[in-house]
Design a protein around this ligand. Structure first.
Ligand code: ATP
Ligand code: MG
Length: 741
């Protein structure tokens, strides 16, 4: 028996109390952001333990991230003490791993099997494809990997795959390759991430006594972020819950943001069917945000169709005098945006707010760079949660290695890093020879490479590859003094095949890497020379994570699910940034609606204040692009929003005029008619210079180049132009760096 004034029951509203204390039977808590779903789960665990309904190891609780698991365990421990340590509490993956270790033999693995990371998985699949003589050009291994992962998300073992999408890959051999891949993993005594769930399911389904054991053990199941479970996870839960039927799932269909990873919001709808008589609790009071934040978020998400529909009202009281509307602010460009946000952060800090209570939530990883640089310049500590800082990212380190090698031939680390990235046929043996040669002659790796490319120590193929590499680097180096450095960087990344490598890569994070590379080139523009830029980055990198606890948080919207901050900054609300271009390119509204849910997640992370920003211009891969405000900015309701703009935007008319533009039906109507039409009506949304990169130049065209001035096109070859400049003479340049005049 638990005293009614137990600390975890105090302050709960009646619906929350019901969800916490109705321990038996299936129960679904379906409610909006900040209504206490996660709090209910925590309290329920405390209630279970304190009431001795279950021993800690008889409770299984699933969270979406390891960090969320840690937090929940800490909270329960604070309420009921040491028993919290023995709860089965973790992500699906970690829980499955624990179970699978005990039954690995049933799926042909040793109990000490290893879990492969994404790189290793891909390597294994490539080996399988090679052995089967599948042409990686016709069937990119990454694409096949993606298909296999989606099958695993849907609990499809190789024999269950039939006409599913993707089965026609590799000339219809996708399913066979999937089976071979699984065999190969088994041979390596390894499993990939998807297998953790799949194998556990197989174990449950193939051995009744094992299933019986676990069904018996887990008397109580609790699941957070239920809207983002996939089919395999759903089946897993359903199996485990069958005996005791005490399962409590909490979720919000409006926060389903992982369909691209196989999540099925439909699992919410099926709950009732699979657990007949399930109790459904709706929590309607939000205890996180101000009425303005809730009003704005609710109005925004109302633009989505097919919602389950929920009421969300403020559960906290606010002083109408001090409560802030959410703000939107238009800035000139990304730099101005970073400056504005960091100024706001400093102002809040001066008022006594902690940095850790402020978060910058971005749609895509490339957006973090400008904020990071501004924070470093200002001396404010920050951390990028859920990913490395911009200049520490793999693709940025690779690209920097190219630039370093071109700038300083003796940079051996840079040489090593990229000599065979992308793969150019320089295997380990060749690289080893270069090393040996360099050591013997006491010369740099670069010099050794040059020597070897002319001699017969290497086999013909690697020698040719090396000669080509040496020639390429030499050519880029010769351009150092003549070509503008940002353009040179773009040229290097293009000609080396490095950008192409990521474009061809079908892993979900590859498009983000290409975006990061574009951002890197844009960053270069801000420095007067390559040397200056390299120095800057070296300094930035040295400025390593301080141990300080109070740091501004930068993370993606996806990573911010379930978290809360006093102040939330939402930058880059522009068409094609957010909503993301990929979602807009899709037919149908599914992609767009998922983006809108992401916007809803973003706004509802805030307790006190939200600042949405958007820039009139973005520099993307060394070109300026004029941007349109995100449709989500428009969808925010006037009653809860205060709109402002930097001086000079919207034709200098400032706020009022911009509002008029937003509300003018002709304006919104014309958006669908294309950017040009919109620009004609809102003249201030023009780029500071003419839009570049339109391509399609032919001999005789007059063009303008940033550094070389006016000239006449002599010849055009793919993206490259030979131009006779009036003052600078004849040069080869990329067509994206010139504009027609
Ligand atoms: P999300 O959908 O974003 O995951 P949630 O529904 O899980 O949100 P919680 O994170 O559990 O919501 O709660 C939001 C905030 O409201 C937390 O700070 C929590 O402590 C607080 N809260 C929840 N219920 C109450 C209550 N009855 N009284 C006071 N504060 C509450
Ligand atoms: Mg939550």
């Amino acid at each position: 028996p638990v005293a009614p004034d137990a600390p975890w029951l105090k302050g709960l509203n009646p619906e929350q109390l019901e969800a916490v204390t109705s321990l038996d039977g299936p129960i679904l808590v379906l409610s909006g952001a900040g209504t206490g779903k996660t709090k209910v789960l925590t309290a329920r665990l405390a209630q279970l333990l304190a009431s001795r309904r279950a021993q800690p190891w008889q409770c299984l609780a699933v969270t979406f991230t390891n960090r969320a698991a840690r937090e929940m365990r800490d909270r329960v421990a604070a309420l009921v003490g040491p028993p919290a340590q023995d709860l089965w509490l973790g992500t699906f993956h970690s829980l499955c791993l624990r179970i699978l270790r005990r039954h690995a033999a049933l799926v042909g693995l040793g109990s000490d099997f290893t879990v492969l990371d994404a790189d290793d998985q891909l390597r294994v699949l490539k080996q399988v494809m090679e052995a089967e003589r599948i042409d990686p050009k016709a069937t990119p291994p990454q694409a096949l990997m993606g298909v296999i992962q989606r099958w695993k998300d849907r609990a499809l073992t190789p024999d269950k795959v039939a006409g599913e999408s993707g089965a026609d890959l590799a000339g219809g051999r996708a399913r066979e390759l999937y089976r071979l891949y699984q065999d190969r993993l088994r041979g390596l005594n390894a499993s990939d991430f998807g297998d953790l769930l799949l194998h556990t399911l197989t174990v449950f389904l193939s051995d009744a006594s094992v299933l019986d054991h676990w069904q018996g053990q887990f008397r109580y199941l609790l699941v957070d972020e239920y809207q983002d479970t996939n089919v395999a996870q759903y089946l897993w839960l359903r199996l485990l819950a069958q005996k005791h039927r005490n399962i409590c799932c909490v979720g919000d269909d409006d926060q389903s943001i992982y369909s691209w990873r196989g999540a099925e919001v439909g699992n919410i709808l099926r709950f009732d069917k699979d657990f007949p008589g399930a109790r459904v609790v709706r929590l309607e009071s939000n205890y996180r945000s101000t009425p303005h934040i809730l009003g704005a978020a609710s109005a925004l998400i109302a633009h989505n169709g097919g919602r389950l529909g929920k009421t969300l009202r403020p559960g906290l009281s606010f002083d109408p005098e001090t409560v802030e509307k959410i703000r939107t602010h238009a800035v000139w460009d990304g730099e101005a945006e970073a400056r504005l946000v960091v100024e706001e952060i400093e102002a809040l800090q001066r008022k006594g707010e902690r940095l850790a209570s402020m978060a910058i939530l971005v749609r895509a990883g490339f957006q973090t760079r400008e904020f990071e640089e501004r924070l470093i310049t200002t001396g404010l500590p920050y951390r990028v949660v859920g990913g490395p800082r911009f200049y520490e990212r793999l693709e940025i380190r690779d690209a920097m290695a190219y630039l370093r090698l071109v700038a300083s031939p003796a940079d051996g680390l840079a040489f090593e890093r990229i000599v065979n990235t992308p793969k150019r046929g320089l295997g380990e043996a060749a690289v080893q020879s270069i090393h040996i040669h360099a050591r013997e002659l006491d010369i740099s790796l670069w010099d050794a490479a040059r020597v070897l490319s002319n001699r017969t120590e290497l086999k013909p193929k690697p020698r040719q590859a090396l000669a080509k590499f040496v020639e390429d680097v030499g050519r880029w180096r010769s351009l150092l003094d003549t070509m503008p450095h940002a353009e040179l960087a773009a040229t290097i990344l293009d000609e080396s095949g490095y950008v192409e490598m990521w474009k061809a890569d079908k892993q979900p994070d590859s498009p983000g890497r290409v975006e990061n590379l574009k951002e890197l080139v844009a960053a270069l523009e801000e420095y007067s020379s390559l040397a200056e830029f390299l120095e800057h980055v070296a300094l930035v990198m040295e400025n390593d994570e301080k141990a300080e606890a109070d740091r501004v948080v930068i993370m993606t919207l996806h990573g911010a699910k379930g978290l809360e901050f006093d102040s939330v900054f939402l930058p880059g609300w522009e068409e094609e940034v957010f909503p993301h271009a990929r979602a807009l390119a899709e037919t149908g509204t599914q992609g767009l609606e998922e983006e809108r849910r992401l916007a809803y997640v973003g706004i509802t992370r805030a307790r006190k204040r939200v600042l949405v920003t958007f820039a009139a211009n973005r520099r993307i891969y060394n070109q300026w692009k004029s941007q349109l405000p995100s449709r989500f900015v428009e969808e925010l309701p006037e009653a809860h929003v205060e709109r402002s703009a930097d001086r000079g935007l919207y034709g200098g008319g400032g706020l009022q005029e911009s509002r008029a533009a937003w509300n003018d039906p002709g304006w919104s109507g014309s958006r669908r008619g294309g950017a040009a039409a919109v620009r004609a009506q809102v003249p201030a949304w023009t780029a500071p210079r003419p839009e570049a990169g339109s391509g399609g130049f032919k001999a005789g065209d007059r063009v303008f180049h940033d550094k070389f001035g006016n000239g006449t096109v002599l010849a055009s070859d793919g993206g490259k132009l030979e131009i006779a400049f009036d003052k600078a003479g004849t040069k080869k340049v990329l067509d994206s760096f010139v504009v027609a005049v």
